[in-house]
Design a protein around this ligand. Sequence first.
Ligand code: DQA
Length: 147
Amino acid sequence: KSILLINGPNLNLLGTREPGVYGSTTLPQVVESAQKQCSSLSIRLETIQSNHEGVLIDRIHEARGDIDAVVVNPGALTHTSVALRDALLGVEIPFVEVHISNVHKREPFRHHSYLSDKAEAVICGLGVYGYEAAIAFAARSIKPKER
Ligand code: DQA
């Protein structure tokens, strides 16, 4: 099985960015724990962080036929990007949406997601533990595609 972990705009600043909202764990730490978790589950993990919508879309296209599940924290693209939604739907890879913060406790513009109605699951407000929970869920519930 294989999982692609996607982090969108500004998540490279994790650990230093609004620590009251997002905590003090850095993105490299998140990725390292995810790698350990996946290797213990015999899952291949690929990761990408980009501040550029098009780069994320290209990576999603490349995942077609190669990746069984996507775990995605789209950052602010959650609330703006029809293109990211279309990319995920276009490649037909099931995905879990993760937000570190509880977006529903925040500004109203964060309450709407262009992805949630198509996600297998949506996690928010668990802090960086949300990534671990999403990977555990993806690992047990998502079947590898026959290819
Ligand atoms: C976020 C929530 C988004 O509203 C915000 O734009 C982010 C991070 C989260 O992980 O809580 O960049 O996706």
